[in-house]
Design a binder for this molecule. Structure first.
Ligand SMILES: [Ca+2]
Ligand SMILES: [Ca+2]
Ligand SMILES: [Ca+2]
Length: 619
């Protein structure tokens, strides 16, 4: 049985090895061979470990494109490597150059922050920042010239596929760049005007003249109905500034009738769906032309690139009926392109451990999966912070709330921190401001252990493997892996190294990189950890013990994951299956045998982690 397990692991290691091992693989610019591509297409999402990066903040492979082909200063080109809110220089060529680094960690899929052409600079005088993050799209059909060309993106996808790495793109359907303005509020905030005070049927409020005769409301999604909405000035008077009339591609995006035009969202009530996100033009996603247009845009990218998945931005700010149409259409498009395991997960951003709210979007919107903000919240509470480990138990218990239950949870993208809410290590430091660097490191890695051994698709945020901490959310979490010229980044120490952000951070010897690589290898070698059900074995009302087993349905044996979230050593008996008598340590210390049928005596150091596999006869 042991021999069979080792043989399986060796086989797995061979299939997971970088392409360079065989010496006969195609160069990075070549398409993958048929067998490699077929194996990649056959992999289900929960076999992946995702590496999420912002192209501007990863690697600069081509300094010639740093200004995106524009001329002038930072306010014209968007490029300022000394400013955290501007393009810093990273690009697709850089990602291609660093595929060894990403694959060496054990990641199997890349998620790129949006790569489509953005409005280079937005914001009023003194408030300007650039579209380096990619979420201010003007041309949905073209790669942003700061990052390269459409051909470069195809080259990246092919090079990744040739190595067995998948590529996920980050898509936005909720809004475009800020082009549309309102006559009523030039140079000042445009407060939200709701549908009761500013109905579609009157121009500029109840005292205005009748317009849009016969429009039956935005809940009637037929082309006939929306053809009757001819005037976009029911709330404000939208206009496109001179010179920007054709700023967006495809061309239908330049017509204000395809937008909500009701002013700024407050993230409350109907404005959450109909309001502009800091002036970003909020699309009328109820309009059938918008739905058809978005299916065309993102279906075409599947056909052009053969990509493997979409991360869906701002999903909770789009009406459910849009997703009910968009998701099946995109999945059908992927299937037709020979991509049966196309992986889609929506962003429903929140800070709370509120699985019900995440799950709602799998029921009502019918999103296949979501980013696991609940895992992030639970890890921040129980591992970064000093909360009870019962928070972790609740996380897994609530998996049944998702449409499709635990199977849906298994395809959610698990993560700890990100480019919006902040890095996990920053949460660790915030909760423990006086802790030693060793404790900060131990807690950060323990959080990653939870993520990597839990159900769901683990999602690493670029830089976390190099001990990046950051200074908070958004721009405070977007340090580049190349040498940074941003003073704030350079002033922030990293964990696990004396090097700061003034040097490049692609070090496979960094202790975090090595630890994550070791943990990912354990996950990769154990199908229970990738496909198994979760059985919570123990949790506590204080920091300390948390334990769960992963079991394959209908198969004997289990892999037990035990965490100690406390700063003191842990000694505990953990309940296991009475049939699990003998144990193999995959990580940390595990007894060779159960103390008695049904219980395993565990000892862990402060912030320790053990992964113990029962030696089942069928392995
Ligand atoms: Ca560049
Ligand atoms: Ca919206
Ligand atoms: Ca706008």
């Amino acid at each position: 049985m042991m021999r069979r397990l080792l043989a399986t692991m060796a086989l797995f290691a061979a299939t997971m090895a970088p392409a360079t091992v065989t010496g006969a693989q195609p160069a990075a610019t070549n398409a993958p061979d048929a067998a490699t591509l077929a194996a990649l297409r056959a992999r289900p999402p929960h076999d992946e470990v995702i590496y999420f990066l912002l192209p501007d903040r990863f690697a600069n492979g081509d300094p010639a494109n740093d200004r995106g082909g524009l001329s002038g200063g930072p306010l014209q080109t968007g490029f300022d490597p000394t400013a955290k809110g501007f393009y810093n220089g990273g690009d697709i060529a850089g990602i291609i150059q660093k595929l060894d680094y990403i694959q060496g960690l054990g990641a199997t899929a890349l998620w790129l922050a949006p790569v489509f052409a953005n409005k280079p600079v937005q914001g009023g005088p003194g408030q300007e920042s650039a579209g380096y993050h990619g979420y201010w799209i003007t041309d949905f059909t073209r790669v942003d010239p700061h990052f390269g060309s459409n051909a470069d993106l195809k080259r990246l996808v092919d090079a990744a596929h040739a190595r067995g790495l998948k590529v996920y793109l980050d898509i936005v359907t909720n809004h475009t760049a800020d082009v549309i303005q309102y006559r009523e509020c030039i140079g000042k905030p445009c407060t939200y005007r709701n549908r009761a005070d500013y109905p579609y049927s009157r121009r500029g409020g109840l005292s205005g003249p009748a317009i849009n005769d016969g429009f039956a409301g935005d809940h009637v999604g037929t082309a006939e109905n929306w053809a009757k909405l001819t005037r976009p000035d029911f709330a404000y008077t939208p206009f496109i500034p001179a010179g920007e009339e054709r700023a967006k591609t495809p061309a239908w995006l330049n017509d204000p009738i395809h937008y909500h035009n009701r002013g700024e969202t407050t993230f409350r009530n109907e404005s959450s769906q109909f309001g502009d996100f800091v002036s970003l033009d909020d699309l009328a996603t109820e309009h059938p032309r918008v739905l058809a247009g978005m299916i065309e845009i993102y279906g075409d990218w599947i056909d052009k690139l053969g990509i493997d998945g979409y991360r869906i931005d701002t999903a909770q700010h789009v009406n459910p009926q849009f997703w009910q149409g968009f998701v099946p259409a995109i999945l059908a498009r992927a299937r037709a392109a020979g991509i049966p395991n196309f992986h889609m997960f929506g962003e429903v951003a929140m800070d709370e451990l509120d699985v019900g709210r995440l799950a709602r979007h799998t029921h009502v919107d019918r999103l296949p999966h979501v980013l696991d903000f609940a895992l992030s919240a639970a890890a921040i509470e129980a591992i970064a912070g000093n909360g009870p480990t019962t928070a972790l138990a609740r996380l897994f218990a609530d998996d049944v709330l998702y449409a499709g239950g635990t199977a849906t949870a298994a395809g959610n993208a698990g993560f700890l921190g990100n480019h919006d809410k902040g890095r996990f290590a920053w949460y660790v430091r915030r909760a423990n401001p006086n802790a030693s660097a060793a404790e900060l490191a131990a807690r950060t890695l323990l959080g990653h252990g939870l993520m990597l051994f839990s159900r769901g698709v683990p999602t690493l945020y670029a830089g976390d493997e190099q001990g990046f901490v950051g200074t908070g959310g958004d721009q405070g979490s977007r340090q580049p892996l190349f040498a940074s010229q941003v003073a704030e980044y350079r002033a922030t120490p990293r964990l696990g190294t004396t090097a700061g952000h003034g040097v490049a951070s692609f070090d496979p010897a960094h202790p975090f990189y090595r630890s994550l690589k070791a943990m990912i290898a354990v996950r990769a070698a154990d199908p229970r950890l990738r496909h198994g059900e979760t059985i919570v074995r123990a949790s506590s009302e204080t920091p300390g013990l948390f334990a769960f087993s992963r079991q394959l349905p209908g198969r004997p044996g289990e892999t037990l994951v035990v965490l100690n979230t406390a700063a003191t050593p842990l000694t505990a008996n953990v309940m296991v299956d009475p049939a699990s008598a003998r144990w193999i340590a995959r990580l940390g210390n595990c007894p060779a045998t159960s103390a008695a049928p049904g219980t395993l005596a565990i000892q862990l150091p402060p912030f320790g982690l053990a992964v113990c596999s029962s030696d089942a006869s069928d392995q």
